[in-house]
Write a protein that binds this ligand. Sequence first.
Ligand SMILES: *[C@@H]1O[C@H](CO)[C@@H](O)[C@H](O)[C@H]1NC(C)=O
Ligand SMILES: *[C@@H]1O[C@H](CO)[C@@H](O)[C@H](O)[C@H]1NC(C)=O
Length: 466
Amino acid sequence: QSNSVVVVFGGLWWSFFSTCAGNIVPEKSENGGWRKDGDKVDLAEQSLLNKLIRHSLVRNRNQVEVLQRDPTSPLYSVKTFEELRLKPDLLKGVYNMGFNRPSRIQENALPMMLAQPPQNLIAQSQSGTGKTAAFSLAMLSHVNPANKWTQCLCIAPTYELALQIGQVIEQMGKYCPDVKLAYGIRGNRMERGIKLQEQIVIGTPGTVLDWCTKYRLIEPKKITMFVLDEADVMIATQGHRDQSIRIHRQLTKDCQMLLFSATFEDSVWRFAEQVVPDPNIIRLKREEETLDTIKQFYVVCKEKEDKFTALCNLYGSLTIAQAMIFCHTRKMAAWLTANLTKEGHQVALLSGEMTVEQRASVIERYRNGKEKVLVTTNVCSRGIDVEQVSLVVNFDLPVDMDGNADNETYLHRIGRTGRFGRRGFAVNMVDSKHSMDIINQIEMHFNRRITKLDTSDLEEMESLMS
Ligand SMILES: *[C@@H]1O[C@H](CO)[C@@H](O)[C@H](O)[C@H]1NC(C)=O
Ligand SMILES: *[C@@H]1O[C@H](CO)[C@@H](O)[C@H](O)[C@H]1NC(C)=O
């Protein structure tokens, strides 16, 4: 693990974030959009899915970049939780969750979140970086248990995501019996006019707004820490942006604001600026996907039966630990799964009609090696971190709406192999002149050769793929 921290002084925050925005996973054009195969990209679902399948922090070699509000103040980072001088009961809760030492983002974010006087923070981080634990810790540490009113308010884009955060707080606060938590989510009915005694409220914008205004269960002026999680998902959800701003407007200007987002497109950034004045900014760069350790091939086929035969040949001649196969439509994915299963392969299928829980369990089984092959449509696989596969097959090539090579998706797909210095293979099925054009476009875009492979020639295959 490299421990590089880049501190950016001065300069425009705007340009800082504009540069950041470019490197992020290419979800941009597809936010909330429908694709041809009828699967909707749902950011909140994706986010939940990633939380469900995540049991430990992602191994990463990410760079942390810190932009301090006051560049002259010293930059604190911690390597242990002890350095934070937490209440012993809270520290016990942290260790009890299996956290031994702060994650990369926590090293810098925790001292800022716990600083006195309070500091505002905008942080970019993806799932699995320890972000939820970080702000849960900040809230638990922040509250005064003796005060029986709501002091920390946290909003998340969906019911399920709010519950997930709540579970982390409950677990971490296990040894702090005086700190109580309430869920401001649909179905949690409250009597009008009473005042909540829970020090922490976590919920979705609509309900939390009602609790602040209509029901007056919370006194916004007494809130001293406001956490807005998954800002990118939030503003992509109808109405949530306005509700968040309406909640925010009722808080005092001394209230500490913390905002998190996995991506920072312009719209997210503008929203963040509106909600978080004078922020410190932390950015965790995603590990760059690279094609350097991946050998790329294409196989010329006629139709799907032909592609299927090519796939079986690959399996016949190679030792493949785990493979991921991408199809364009649900129908094709189902067909392929059925036929592979018939051939005796253990196949997992990830498809759009499944619930988030079903998808999580499919991914879980695949990760644990119960199935060696994962067949998926593009939409389903977006944003899912499966960390290491040895073979990626584009049964259908990635194309955009206009039929051009979708270069970013290609990189994202095949970037699942060849990681952590291991070697990986990517095989593309080409079934028309058009798909050959796409291969050429991809070659041109990445300036990497994609080699022709004849899967019926065992010797050639062995020499090329060894
Ligand atoms: C694939 O499965 C379908 C029905 O499940 C069958 O009709 C077809 O022959 C199979 N194709 C191959 C190449 O095995
Ligand atoms: C992918 O890259 C190629 C070559 O640079 C380019 O012709 C093509 O338009 C790109 N595709 C998209 C969708 O931008």
